[in-house]
Design a protein around this ligand. Structure first.
Ligand code: NAG
Ligand code: NAG
Ligand code: NAG
Ligand code: NAG
Ligand code: NAG
Ligand code: NAG
Ligand code: NAG
Ligand code: NAG
Ligand code: NAG
Length: 387
């Protein structure tokens, strides 16, 4: 397959009969020359290639591909290989340098492993979409040290928690320093180690929506200057002072916090006080308590801080009372047992004697039989009796 489209467009653009000024004619000639050279592009099998405005676009959409197509034109600017069954991005998946490639999309494949240097020969890659895959291993060396990646979409890209160490190593490697937008939504992330994002010095937009984050460490967002931080649909219970402070120090940040499991006990006080005075939380007035039951659905900003209890203290107290109760019950049972013994002491004595007597009788029986068997006279008697 080859590209004839652009040539056709230029031919239409030049209206017959219209006189061209020499520079314009030269430009048109050069343009045609360039397009003629572009015409030599071969398009990989099961892909569609086009080059509107001299941008080479290669699309291999939903073609049941199990491997990265061979012979990708080196001048490709936009490469979509979405909706296929590709399982691995190996170091040699892109054997030739793709110097012009800006936008690479592997969304909705079955990618489980990404090897070192996979994206190393794409110095101008700016947008990389790996969403909807099942990544289990992601080499921290997948990118070259001075790559230009600005947008990385890892939404619903991770298979399970086994890949998390790889992910954190990749983010902390420092090679993604140009990253502006990172989408980590829908990944079941349950915790973020401190300084996870500290290597992403240019990060502006961070999407952590629909994960399982229970708490945030104070240094999770340290040294960042985010504009968008999406923490909706996690399992956050409260945010502590140091985390709030690290958000406060980011000048233009907007935070989204809806659909978390805020627990309205005494630990929420600092967070509620902060919510009331800050304007960086976009959905701040819509946040509500998830626990305890009496406060459920009460907006956090309306919670009466003098009413909140320390659930854990309560629980401790309940636990303590139940231990005391258990102790009393056990003591009571013991006392009753002793009382029964005491009241029955005569019966028990008699019973013991009976047992002793029974034992003695039994033992004497054995003793008697033993003596009979070992008495030599009796033995002789029995031996001679038939004589
Ligand atoms: C992909 O595979 C499915 C099921 O095997 C088949 O129906 C479909 O035609 C295939 N698509 C292409 C583009 O080959
Ligand atoms: C990648 O492809 C998917 C599916 O075709 C599309 O929804 C998504 O917007 C693309 N991503 C980018 C960054 O173009
Ligand atoms: C970070 O990535 C660079 C470039 O790929 C690599 O040379 C380096 O070894 C990586 N560092 C770690 C700690 O993995
Ligand atoms: C960084 O990129 C430039 C071109 O953009 C290249 O010449 C140089 O070799 C690269 N350096 C490294 C360490 O990869
Ligand atoms: C990442 O990909 C998902 C799914 O394809 C899409 O919904 C989301 O908008 C993308 N994120 C960004 C920042 O483009
Ligand atoms: C993640 O998935 C892989 C392959 O399905 C499996 O071998 C591994 O045990 C899983 N890890 C966890 C923590 O579930
Ligand atoms: C949340 O993420 C899970 C995967 O972790 C996904 O199955 C689910 O559809 C997502 N929910 C929403 C509302 O996007
Ligand atoms: C990050 O912040 C800490 C404390 O706020 C500071 O000591 C450290 O120098 C900062 N690091 C960078 C790389 O800016
Ligand atoms: C949190 O900060 C507020 C105001 O800055 C302060 O009043 C409060 O005592 C702090 N809480 C803790 C637990 O340090």
């Amino acid at each position: 397959m080859s590209i004839a489209g652009p040539l056709f467009c230029v031919a239409v653009g030049l209206k017959p009969g219209k006189r061209l000024h020499p520079p314009a004619a030269l430009l048109a000639f050069l343009g045609i020359l360039r397009l003629l050279s572009a015409q030599t592009i071969t398009c990989p099998q099961s892909c569609e290639c086009s080059s509107p405005g001299n941008r080479v676009i290669v699309k291999c959409l939903s073609q049941n591909l199990t491997d990265v197509p061979k012979d990708i034109p080196p001048s490709v600017k936009i490469l979509f290989v979405t909706g296929n069954f590709i399982q691995e991005l190996r170091s040699n998946s892109f054997p030739e340098p793709l110097d012009q490639l800006v936008n690479l999309n592997f969304s909705s494949n079955r990618i489980t492993s990404i090897d070192p240097q996979v994206f190393a020969k794409m110095p101008n890659l700016k947008v990389l979409d790996l969403s909807h895959n099942q990544i289990l291993t992601f080499s921290p060396e997948a990118f070259s040290a001075n790559n230009s990646v600005r947008e990385l979409n890892l939404s619903s890209a991770m298979a399970n928690s086994s890949v998390m160490p790889d992910l954190y190593a990749l983010l902390q490697n420092g090679s993604l320093a140009n990253l502006v937008s990172l989408d980590l939504s829908d990944n079941q992330l349950s915790f973020l180690p401190g300084d996870t994002f500290s290597g992403l010095v240019n990060l502006k937009s961070l999407d952590l929506r629909n994960n399982s984050l229970v708490s945030l460490r104070k240094d999770t967002f340290r040294n960042l200057s985010l504009h968008q931080l999406d923490l909706r649909s996690n399992a956050l219970k409260t945010l502590c002072n140091s985390t709030l402070h690290s958000l406060d120090t980011q000048p233009d940040i907007q935070v989204q916090l809806l659909d978390n499991s805020w627990i309205c006990d005494c630990n929420i006080e600092d967070f509620v006080a902060w919510l009331r005075r800050t304007d960086i939380v976009v959905d701040g007035t819509s946040l509500s308590c998830a626990f305890p039951d009496p406060l459920r659905r009460i907006p956090l900003v309306n919670v009466d801080l003098s009413q909140v209890d320390c659930n854990y203290e309560d629980m401790k107290r309940v636990l303590q009372t139940s231990y005391v109760f258990l102790g009393i019950v056990l003591a009571l049972i013991g006392v009753i047992f002793l009382l029964v013994l005491y009241l029955n002491r005569k019966g028990i004595k008699k019973w013991l004697y009976n047992i002793r007597d029974a034992c003695r009788d039994h033992m004497e029986g054995y003793h008697y039989r033993y003596e009979i068997n070992t008495d030599p006279r009796l033995t002789n008697l029995s031996l001679n009796s038939d004589v």
